[in-house]
Structure formats: C-alpha cells, structure tokens
Write a protein that binds this ligand. Structure first.
Ligand code: DGJ
Length: 740
C-alpha cells in the first residue's frame, strides 16, 4: 500500500485500498510514461503496457521515427511541439517565441502527508492518511523544471494530482497551457459522463459513448458555471451503479476549466483536466513558479456508486474544513422566495415569530438589505444598511431575532459592483473592463477587479465590518453574473492573460480571510443558484446552494447529478412554497420536505402566508430533520432508481457507516393506473443482520406490507422490498430501516 519505487524496472506504484496507479521511466531519455490505472494489483512487472518494445519503439532504438514515438507513447504529462499531436498538457512561449518543450525524469521524492497548494483550495491529510510522490522532470535546454505531484489517499481510494512549473532559466517564459493532469489509456469501449445544465437546471447527468476525436466540457465564464461542470467520468459502456469499471475526475477549482477526452488513431484515450488554456497565459520570471489546482482521480471496479462514495468520503474528510462539516446545520428560513426585495424589519420579525414557534432555528436575510436596493439594479458594493427597510439598524434586527431564540444569517454578493452605487461613483476603475470599451452588464451589474489587492482589502473590510456589527452566524455568499470584458486598470499588458486565474485567487483569498477571522461562521456559497457548485468552493464553505429551482421534482435530477460527486451534507436544499416560483408546479408539502432532507434542509417561504395545513407539518419535518440528519450527512449514499432514466420514480438510500441504520427515499413522479407495487432492491446493508422497516409518516405505515417483521439484509438486497404505488402524482415515501 502507499507509494513504492522499483529501481530495477524503474516503475512507481501508487496503491490505495482498492486501486493501483503505475508510472514508468522509459528509455535512455527518461520519458515519464503511464503504465496502469485500475483495480489493485500486487505485482509491478507490467511496464510492457507502455508498449516501448513495439514499433515505433523508443527513440534510442528507432531514432528515425521519433515523432511516431511521441504520438503514441502513453505520457504522464505530454508537452507541446515535438510530435505528440494529441492535445498536450503543457505549452509555453519562450522569449525567442518558441513553444516546444521536452520533459525528462530527473528525480523523485516520497513525502508523508500532503503539502498545501499556495493560494488554492486543495485536499489535505495527515501522514497517517496519505503520502505524496513528487516526480521532478526537466527540460535541460530551456532550464524548466516540472514537478508532478500525486497524493495517495489510501483509505478513501483516491489520488490527487497537481503540477508545479519552475522557471530556472535566465529569461522569462510564458505558460500558455498547464493542465493539472493527463491520463493516457486504451479505450475499452468506454462511455463518458459529464454534468450538464443551465440556470435552475444544474448538473443533470449526461452519458454518451466516447467517440474518436476530442470531446469534453469547459467553462470560460470565470466560474465553474451552470452549463458544464468540472467533473468527468470515463466508464465501461455497461457500467451501472453497482457494476463495471469507472474512472472519475474532479477538478478542485472554481474558475475557467477544461475537461476533455481525446480518442486518437490507435483508439487510446487521453483524459485531461485543468485551467482552461483559452484566455490563459502566465508569465514566469526567472526563479518564479506556478502551481496548478489539483484534480482528484477515483477508480472504481464496482460501478458508479462506489466512485460516488469515494468522492463523498474524500470531500467530507479531506477537503471541507469548516467546523460545521461534522455538525448538524441550523434549520434556516431564507426570505428570498418569501419576500424578494420587499421586506423590512417588521416583516422579517413576523416571519421569525412564527418560524421560531415551529422549531426553525435561523433566519437568513437575503438580497436587498443594503444601500438603497429595492430591486437588482443598484447598490452592490455599498455594504451599509438600508435604514428605510431595517428601521433601528441591523443590530436591532439581529438582537430581536436572537431574543426569539433564533440565529441570524445574512446575504452578500461581495464580488460585484452596481453601476448605480456609491462605490462605482467613487471607483469606476474597480470594475472589470477593457480600456476604451464599455463593459457589458449582466443583471445590471459589473464584476469587481479582484486581481487588485486594494479591491480585495476594501471588499473584505466592508463584509467584515458588517459581520462585526451584530451577532451574525451565517453568510450566504452569492455571485450572480459571469465574467466578461476581461481587462484590469492595474494589470500590465504582459500579465493581462493571467486575469481570470488571478480573479479566482482574489476570491479564494477573500473567503480564506473570512473563515480565518470568523472561525465559527457557517458559510454557504451560491452563484445564481448552483453556478459555482464545485470542490474549490467546498474548501471554504461546507455547503453550497444547489439551485434556484426549489421544485421538488426538478430537484430530483439536480440532486441526483450533484450527489454523483458531492456529499449530501454539501447540498443546499430548501422547502419552498407552491405553485413553485420557477416552474409553477404544485407538489405535496410532505414530498418537498423529503426531497430537501437529502441536503442541508431549510425553508424558503413566508411561513406566515403558507396554507395552515402545510405550516402544521413543519414541526414534524423539523423533528424528521433532527432524527435523520446525522445519517444523511455522514452515511453512505446509494442510488436505487433514477427518475431521469426511468421517467417514473426516483429512489435512493443512505446507510450509516456501521450499517445499523438506513433511510430510503422514494418519490413517485406520475401515478399510473393499474400499477403493480414497485420492487426495489436495497443496497449497502449488512447481509447477516436483520432489519425492521418503518414508514416515517404513520399514514403511510398503514400500507406497509413489511411491518411487524424483520428481514435479513441479504434478503432486502437480493429479493428487495415492495413499495405500494401511492395515490396521486409527486408523492413521497420515507422508510426508516433499523437493524434489530
Ligand atoms: C441568486 C440566489 O441563488 C438566490 O437564492 C437569491 O439569493 C438571489 N440570487 C438574490 O439576488
């Protein structure tokens, strides 16, 4: 287990509990090649997989066909310009205008634990939990060193990869492409899964067969985005939740990304992930270095579900840092869908008066409390209280909320500036814009130039002043438009290509300062719903608002796609009012509660105005959250059926790590006449233990054909259970499963 080097075969072997990754040093020229990524193997005598003994051979044997070698060798980190015509991982421009680069292995180091990546979010682990291989490679002619890092998280079955480029030459160079990882492997009839979406329809699972040429996803929006997602899985064509080989790749970054597969003439596939090279250059002065964000690689021989659970464990234990990561989050009520911009202290207090009686634990005051903001057309950047709305000030409101036994949280959009704001009038050059060109507005706002330290400092001071002014225990950090018109009044022309990445470094610095200075703050990231739901953000906030679409049925597909990578504890999910504000659908309050239970759980409605019948259900939902949230937050997630696939119903369960308890959620979307009860095979239980199954709603328990008896885990998983088809559309069922 761990990392080992075989001097004789010149191979590195990286082992997790279930997978092996192997790298080889080939030929006299010390090419760094990829050998193997797959199920754990106990031998390392497989360098033949690099095919260096087959034509076109290595250059030391067949010098006259060097280019053919480059174009077929499985390279760990392919470089530009020498004859590997597949997309490359690293490209540069020298002072002389040349772009080619050749890397040879020089030395290696095996380090216990894992080093942080300067200024960037990254996984972490103690020497007991992980170890890191650093391979130093060099272009002797240019004097450039490249360090390839691989951290093996043995127990959670994941490997983190990142790259550092060091300019040891006497002249500056420009990086024009520096990917975080590359994996060359044979295409064994693989499919590709990506997460695709739109505003209010984020992260729907998109699966198709890999085909020749380039395919993949990317963002150029300055955020990971609603449309594509920095995740990709390459998997057996027949792989499903439980069977088949799956390779998952997740990029720990929140800005522009590229995730692609290139299937070439030999039917080998090159998987690559990193900062999007479009609109990216980075200048390295002599002695300077550049570190990439990291990619997490997970291999599973047991289907998609197993990959999912590795990502969940890795993110929960080695990425999320918040003190809340292992804690139940307060049940919040957010006033956005309740009031939009039309609120004042009295209205909020009226909501709190009612909410506190029902067991809700925190009020989150959303957009519209600052400057003179009555709609989305002004005041971003003016982070001082709108006294006309909050009579008596913010502290008064917070104190009143606290007096009623509830916590208080607040909304910010710190990265933005409205043209109609005092801040913009004072500092028009703080908005991102190209000199001489009027920048385009989106939602009537501009983006602050966070590449400038003085803008970062100012923004931080404004946010922190508000947080210090009252007992504020939660922040929702929103970001409601993508970046465009990339120009900075301060960056010199030769560094303008660095702007997108520098912007992200500014955002990360702001959030780092926030959670350092306010260590007990619960931070929730958000971007027009789920436009920046990525592992980068999870490093700062333990939860992210999943989507502006709070409709329980739309959420089934959104939450299914999100949970393929992210733990349920990270998914912001609320019960909202009906007809739903995004799709106009009317669903039972009970189903809305069941679906939100699979996330952080909260409310997004005016509790003083909803139907009494719904309001009366809240205390039971609160109880349900407190009963099951530990399990939902910390358990293993299993998908049993997918509404996106079968178009009829959705079903998933969460099983505690010790397998003593589980919770199954079933949602029937459309009822059909003359329908048999549905057979569902459970997963993740202990085959030898006996379990009792109870419907959480006593009304449903009446139809429980399994009540009063116990069943072995073996039977429940092999034979399955029957769920009577409920009467009506959009009906939910929640089944508690307990070992006896
Ligand atoms: C987008 C968020 O996703 C919403 O929840 C809300 O906070 C609005 N922005 C406020 O402008």
């Amino acid at each position: 287990m761990g990392i080992s080097y075989n001097e004789q075969s010149r191979t590195f072997k990286l082992d997790t509990c279930a997978s092996t990754y192997m790298i080889g040093i080939a030929d006299d020229e010390n090419f760094v090649g990829h050998i193997y990524f797959g199920p754990y193997i106990d031998d390392d005598n497989i360098s033949y997989l690099m095919r260096t003994k087959e034509p076109p051979f290595v250059p030391s044997v067949n010098g006259r066909d060097r280019l053919a070698f480059y174009d077929s060798f499985p390279s760990e980190y392919p470089t530009h310009g020498l004859g590997d015509y597949r997309d490359d991982a690293l490209a540069i421009r020298t002072g002389k205008g040349n772009t080619a680069l050749k890397l040879s292995f020089v030395s290696y180091d095996i380090i216990p634990g894992k080093k942080p990546i300067q200024g960037l979010p990254a996984t972490f682990g103690s020497p007991d939990e992980c170890c890191t291989l650093e391979l130093t490679c060099r272009d002797e002619i240019l004097g450039i060193d490249v360090i390839l890092s691989y951290t093996v998280f043995e127990n959670v079955d994941a490997i983190a990869r990142s790259v550092k480029v060091i300019n040891n030459a006497g002249d500056p160079i420009e990086l024009t492409r520096v990917m975080s990882m590359c994996l060359d492997m044979d295409n064994e009839d693989y499919d590709l899964i990506t997460l695709h979406g739109s505003w209010a329809r984020e992260r729907h699972i998109n699966r198709r067969p890999l085909s020749k040429g380039i395919q993949g996803v990317s963002s150029l929006k300055g955020e990971s985005g609603h449309q594509e997602h920095p995740f990709m899985a390459v998997l057996d064509h027949n792989a499903d939740q439980d069977r088949g080989e799956v390779f998952g790749f997740s990029f720990v970054y929140s800005g522009n990304f590229l995730a692609e597969c290139y299937v070439n003439q030999f039917d080998s596939v090159r998987v690559m992930m990193g900062i999007n090279p479009e609109d990216f250059t980075w200048r390295l002065e002599p002695g300077d270095e550049f570190e990439t964000p990291e990619v997490i690689m997970v291999h599973s021989s047991e289907g998609i579900g197993n990959m999912t659970r590795s990502f969940h464990d890795l993110f929960r234990n080695h990425l999320i840092r918040s003190p809340y990561k292992d804690l139940k989050r307060p049940i919040l009520i957010n006033n956005w869908e309740a009031t939009y911009f039309e609120f004042d202290t009295d209205k909020l207090i009226a909501i709190v008066d009612e909410a506190s009686k029902l067991g809700i634990e925190m009020l989150v005051m959303d957009d519209g409390w600052f400057g003179h903001r009555d709609s989305d057309n002004s005041s971003l950047g003016d982070w001082y209280v709108y006294e006309d709305k909050l009579k008596g000030g913010l502290k008064h409101l917070v104190d009143e909320v606290n007096k009623r036994g509830m916590k208080f949280g607040i909304w910010f959009e710190p990265e933005m500036i409205s043209p109609d704001s005092d801040l913009y009038r004072a500092h028009p050059d703080w908005a991102i814009a190209i000199e001489g060109r009027t920048p385009g507005q989106a939602r009537e706002q501009y983006v602050l130039d966070l590449t400038r330290p003085e803008v970062v400092d100012y923004t931080y001071d404004q946010v922190s002043k508000i947080l210090k002014s009252a007992n504020i225990e939660y922040v929702k950090w929103d970001m409601n438009r993508p970046l465009a018109d990339m120009g900075s009044a301060k960056l010199p022309p030769k560094k303008m290509g660095e702007m997108f990445h520098r912007y992200m470094l500014g955002v990360y610095e702001l959030q780092e300062r926030l959670i350092t200075d306010f260590p007990n703050l619960l931070l929730e990231n958000c971007s027009g719903g789920g436009g920046r739901f990525d592992p980068g953000m999870l490093y700062y906030s333990p939860q992210i608002w999943c989507s502006d679409d709070t409709d329980a049925i739309e959420r089934l597909s959104i939450q299914e796609g999100t949970s393929i990578v992210y733990p349920l504890s990270a998914m912001g999910a609320h019960v909202s009012d009906c007809p739903n504000h995004t799709v106009g659908r009317v669903t039972p309050f009970k189903t809305r509660g069941y679906v939100a239970l699979a996330g952080t759980f909260g409310y997004e409605l005016d509790v003083t105005k909803i139907p009494e019948e719904d309001r009366n259900m809240i205390p039971d939902q609160v109880k349900m959250y407190h009963t099951y949230n530990d399990l939902v937050r910390m358990g293993d997630y299993f998908r049993l059926a997918s509404f996106s696939e079968n178009r009829e119903y959705d079903c998933y369960m969460v099983v505690s790590k010790d397998k003593s308890e589980a919770l199954l959620t079933f949602v029937q979307v459309l009822n059909r006449p003359n329908q048999h009860s549905r057979k569902i095979r459970l997963k993740g239980l202990d085959p030898k233990r006996r379990y009792e199954l109870t419907y959480v709603d006593p009304e449903d328990e009446k139809n429980n054909t399994l009540s009063g008896e116990t069943y072995s885990g073996d039977i429940l998983m092999k034979a399955g259970i029957l769920i009577q088809n409920p009467w009506g559309d959009f009906q939910g069922r929640l089944i508690s499963i307990k070992a006896v």
